[in-house]
Design a protein around this ligand. Sequence first.
Ligand SMILES: [Zn+2]
Length: 166
Amino acid sequence: MKHLEAPWRSEYVTGASSGEGCILCGIGGDTGKDRQNYVLHREKGFLVVLNRFPYINGHLMIVPLRHCPDLSGLEDGELGTLARLLVKCEKALVHGMDCMGINGGWNLGSCAGAGIEGHIHFHMLPRWSGDTNFLTTVGETRVLSASLDDSYNRLSPYFNAGGGER
Ligand SMILES: [Zn+2]
């Protein structure tokens, strides 16, 4: 797929915080750069971050801080936290992005479309009626109408990065 507008893309590729190795471990360990990395929330070994390569505005990822390849590797306590964060993200997307629906899921393995293999993360995407237009369907091109900063500002009140509920 191609992006018509992705001004943050080069920033992401050249960003010092990506470091070497796993990008998600890098973001997880870099607590001083949460705003810069678009981290919205940290809770009990997890973080919630905006995807810098969003399929749609407000595309969230729930990420365990532990470098764990699959859901089977998560402890019971971590699975409980993941479930609570799914609810938190649902509320944030419904109220912060005024979305009409949500897609959620995870990609295990490159054949399933995993962009970052080896570190499980759960995607949540807000949806609006009519957001799949002919460009997406025919041209395999996504149109993003808002910046990552705009999405961050809309969502942060619902997470602890915005001083909201913890
Ligand atoms: Zn990792």
